[in-house]
Write a protein that binds this ligand. Structure first.
Ligand code: 5GP
Ligand code: ZN
Length: 116
């Protein structure tokens, strides 16, 4: 079976696995995290399967730039822009990446504390 066929986020893109989708940007998709770590916790992905940010090739950076742009709109729609929020991606084991499909966490709705 292909990597994409096994990937939970690819299955969400295909509609095989349900998700609470908040925005479809054409080549990007945003949906609520199933286990939110903050009052607002949205996952943003490229629909194309990329293992992590480290796997970008060719024109992928254009899609990821678009994903960042879309994320700001999603954050505004979620009502967390004024108070502030965080956008973060985990890459590999030491960062605790669990799902091997490039994704950004958009989190906010309460003070988040320092990360760096
Ligand atoms: P990571 O640790 O890989 O950066 O984050 C993966 C995130 O995906 C976690 O916050 C987890 O709760 C979320 N997640 C995992 N499986 C699903 C799923 O099937 N649906 C949704 N909506 N989120 C998921
Ligand atoms: Zn995938």
């Amino acid at each position: 079976m292909s990597v994409e066929a096994e990937c939970i986020f690819c299955k969400i893109v295909e509609g095989v696995v349900p998700a609470d989708i908040v925005f479809d940007g054409g080549d990007t998709l945003f949906f609520k995290d199933i286990h939110p770590k903050a009052p607002v916790h949205i996952i943003g992905i490229p629909k194309k399967h990329l293992t992590s940010l480290d796997a970008m090739i060719g024109d992928d950076h254009l899609t990821i730039g678009k994903l960042m742009h879309d994320a700001t709109h999603v954050a505004r729609d979620a009502g967390i822009f004024e108070a502030g929020y965080r956008v973060v991606t985990n890459i590999g084991a030491h960062a605790g990446q669990e799902v091997s499909h490039l994704h950004f966490h958009i989190v906010g709705g309460e003070p988040l504390g320092p990360i760096c």
